[in-house]
Ligand binder design. Structure first.
Ligand code: UDP
Length: 324
């Protein structure tokens, strides 16, 4: 298949490009605002890989021209849209860009899918559930989102995108996949993006204090990136039936508190760091765990790598990066 991955130079995107290249041709389009060339440098020599630096919120005709200039005559079977700043620190720094990417950008990506007569996959987020009142969260839960809070630029852009995608599905019968990704971690996360795993590992490896926000009793369920990528791939290869066009949670069921995570990282990296408590950011969700019944049923998918195994691999990757 020919696959267009928008946001393919980001943390999850680059792993997805790598995985899909084993069997398919991949064009990666990314503006490198939070992604990087470093993430995809090992793919550039692959003749089935093509990189275009472009912003998905640019003029649609200009994007189409870039794609047709890129010697991509055969069109695409799938358009996968992962584009967006995704860490709370990144979307706080780029609030307007985040909203535009999740609105005008999603519109452009959908129009590309329509023009190529391709299927369309969108990586949505557990953030559509906001600070959830139920745990675990299933796809039928409408969420508890503050529409004007610090995280709203991300949450509402993703919610708008989901609504727009469903409109395209209903109006144009576009083949759609919405995977709601829960927290994902692994190699090639940016050490300075503020997310909990790279932050704690970087602090632990330097034996500096581990900054736990709030009481640290808030929970997250961390999925290792190879599992997340398999979940995304399963969404485009699984049997095409009506139900699969609607949102599907992809994440780990292994829920742990942030303090537990800090202790695990200290132990697994043999660090002498201590824990330092800091203020909790606004609207920080208290719990987060996916109900993955739909992923099991429709995608035949569930995570394989447990948190400890994933953390060991991720710590090793950060350690080797530090020593370079
Ligand atoms: N967190 C923390 N210390 C940090 C970074 C994050 O305690 O240095 C907490 C944060 O408050 C949240 C959780 O870790 O409760 C996960 O944060 P992250 O930014 O990774 O993503 P989120 O799940 O909130 O989108």
């Amino acid at each position: 298949m020919n696959i267009l991955i928008i946001g393919g130079a980001g943390f999850i995107g680059c792993h997805l490009c790598e995985g899909l290249l084993r069997e398919h041709a991949v064009v990666c389009l990314d503006n490198l605002s939070t992604g990087s060339r470093e993430n995809i440098k090992q793919l550039l020599s692959n003749s089935r890989f093509y990189f275009i630096r472009e912003d998905i919120t640019s003029d649609l005709r200009a994007i189409k021209a870039r794609l047709s200039n890129a010697e991509i005559q055969r069109g695409f079977d799938w358009v996968l849209n992962l584009a967006s700043p995704a860490s709370p620190a990144a979307y706080a720094k780029m609030p307007v860009e985040t909203m535009l990417t999740g609105s005008a950008g999603t519109y452009n990506a959908l129009e590309l899918a329509r023009a190529y007569n391709a299927g369309f996959l969108f990586t949505s987020t557990s953030e559509v559930y906001g600070d959830p009142e139920i745990n675990p969260q299933h796809e039928g839960y409408f969420g508890n989102v503050n529409p004007i809070g610090a995280r709203s630029v991300y949450d509402e852009a993703k919610r708008f995108s989901e609504a727009l995608i469903m409109a395209y599905h209903r109006k144009f019968r576009l083949k759609t996949r919405i995977v709601r990704l829960f927290n994902t971690f692994g190699s090639r996360m940016a050490s300075d993006d503020g997310r909990v795993v790279p932050t704690f590992i970087t602090q632990a490896l330097a034996n500096k204090p581990i900054t736990v926000f709030g009481s640290g009793k808030q929970t997250r369920s961390l999925c290792y990136v190879s599992d997340t990528v398999e979940g995304i791939c399963a969404a485009i290869t699984a049997e095409d039936k009506d139900e699969i066009n609607y949102p599907i949670n992809v994440g780990s069921e292994e829920e742990l508190s942030i303090v537990e995570l800090a202790k695990k990282i200290i132990k697994l990296s043999s660090s002498s760091s201590r824990i330092e408590f800091k203020d909790l950011p606004e609207d920080d969700p208290k719990v987060r765990r996916p109900d993955i019944t739909r992923a099991r049923k429709l995608l035949g998918w569930e995570p394989k790598v447990n948190v400890d195994e994933g953390l060991v691999k991720t710590i090793e990757w950060f350690r080797s990066k530090c020593s370079q």
